[in-house]
Design a protein around this ligand. Structure first.
Ligand code: XLS
Ligand code: NI
Ligand code: NI
Length: 439
């Protein structure tokens, strides 16, 4: 049975192709900076947006037309698995990600829910074996069901905390079973609405303890995935505890958990926090904690997580610049945590959207590699900080200076001359690299 019978395998046709069902830039086998494109990019499909999402918004119901619409219950869950693997194979996506509740419906009891999961995980395992497609990461959905109204790891209700722990335990077992490369914690409702009724200290302590128990249990069952925390500043709660990369790193350090985690950074979460995506990557990279990416983009005119497919070439280029400077993403990858717009409701739109995103990242990778090879920004940075490589600057950089030695230097009153930052020139050079014919 085929769910997308009218669509064949998407192949690379180059930037002059007018075929909407072809890649213009993504060529899996092409070697860039010593590595195949597919190894740099490790593209992944997000199950929740592509298989489960229907396009509903606060003002309207679902609009999406999907080839699996006729099914319900466990039959629907099974049909989605088959459709997912067909779509990934056709697009050349070698990884996927899911929440436990995306893949199988909740039953009346936790036992029944877990049995539903086991059936679907069996089916997924078969498809993974026959296609070679791998699980980039899985996670537990600890935010949709009404029981999580006050949070999960940061709930005010110990029974909910226990339920969350049980759900997390099962998810770690699924990750182990399917050989997930990473395991993600996104704090869906781990935040607060009002300090008037919130014990922030207890909530943070409990959240850290949940992470601690997850580390211990993973060790016990031999699950060696990289743990990732995905920061987000707001939505659904007013203030999410894992606000951004810097806040999350400080939290992990405060609780002595930093050796066990890296970050899964999402573009739209960065902009919601008032940062660029590349800022978040740079902060994580400096701390050795750049783990994986949720690729999407927000709409800067809208203040919420719109999760659009990424098409902004400046952003993909500067993102891939950070990734290359990091020496790659290791076990991480580029997961399209992105959804087609509500009005893009036809099944083909799922293909157009992924092609657009994959091409935008492929082009970004190619441009970033050339910027690095030509040392364009490296040279600008070297020039700008040259004063710290000799004389008094070197004393500062190497920690030999004291306030007294610096005062003595300043009292000598030599003329201070600054040099231009040349920002506009650098942006023009970036444009030049982006616009240059495909190399
Ligand atoms: C929501 C998050 C979520 C995580 C996985 O904003 O992006 O989808 O990626 O729980
Ligand atoms: Ni995400
Ligand atoms: Ni998001």
């Amino acid at each position: 049975m085929s769910y997308f019978a009218s669509i064949g395998r998407i192949s690379y046709e180059g930037s002059r192709s007018n075929n909407p069902l072809a890649f213009q830039h993504y060529q899996a086998e092409q070697v860039i900076a010593g590595k195949k494109m597919e190894e740099h990019l490790r593209f992944s499909m997000a199950y929740w947006h592509t298989l489960t999402g229907g396009g509903s918004d606060p003002f309207g119901t679902a609009t999406a037309i999907r080839p699996w619409d006729g099914y319900s219950g466990m039959d629907l869950a099974k049909a989605r698995v088959e459709a997912a693997f067909e779509l990934m194979e056709k697009l050349g996506l070698r990884y996927f990600c899911f929440h436990d509740r995306d893949i199988a419906p909740e039953g009346e009891t936790l036992q029944e829910t877990n049995r539903n999961l086991d059936v679907i995980v069996d089916l997924m395992e078969q498809h993974m074996k026959s296609t070679g497609i791998k699980l980039l990461w899985n996670t537990a959905c600890l935010f949709t069901h009404p029981r999580f109204v006050h949070g999960a790891g940061t709930t005010s209700n110990a029974d909910v905390y226990a339920y969350s722990a049980a759900q997390l335990k099962k998810s770690l077992e699924i990750g182990k079973r399917l050989g997930a490369d990473n395991y993600v914690f996104w704090g869906g409702r781990e935040g607060y609405e009002s300090l008037l009724n919130t014990d922030m200290k207890l909530e943070l302590d409990n959240l850290a303890f949940l992470y601690r128990m997850a580390i211990d249990y993973s060790r016990e069952i031999g699950f060696d995935a990289q743990f990732l925390i995905e920061p987000k500043p707001k939505e659904p709660t007013k203030h999410q505890y894992d606000f951004d990369a810097a806040t999350t790193i400080a939290f992990l350090q405060r609780y002595g958990l930093e050796a066990h985690f890296k970050l899964n950074l999402e573009a739209n979460h960065a902009t919601l926090a008032g940062h660029t995506f590349e800022h978040e990557l740079r902060v994580a990279r400096l701390h050795g904690m750049l783990g994986s990416l949720d690729a999407n983009q927000g709409d800067l005119l809208l203040g919420w997580d719109t999760d659009e497919f990424p098409t902004d070439l400046y952003a993909t280029t500067l993102t891939m610049y950070e990734v290359l400077k990091n020496g790659g993403l290791g076990k991480g990858g580029i997961n399209f945590d992105a959804k087609v717009r509500r009005a893009s409701f036809e099944p083909e739109d799922l293909f157009y959207a992924h092609i657009a995103g994959m091409d935008a990242y492929a082009k970004g990778l190619k441009v970033a590699a050339r910027l690095i090879e030509d040392r364009v920004f490296d040279e600008a940075v070297d020039r700008r900080y040259a004063s710290f490589r000799e004389g008094i600057g070197r004393d500062i950089a190497e920690g030999r200076a004291t306030l007294a030695s610096l005062e003595q230097y300043a009292l000598e009153n030599r003329p201070i001359s600054n040099i231009s930052g040349r920002q506009e020139r650098l942006k023009a050079v970036l444009n030049q690299y982006l616009l240059e014919a495909d190399k």
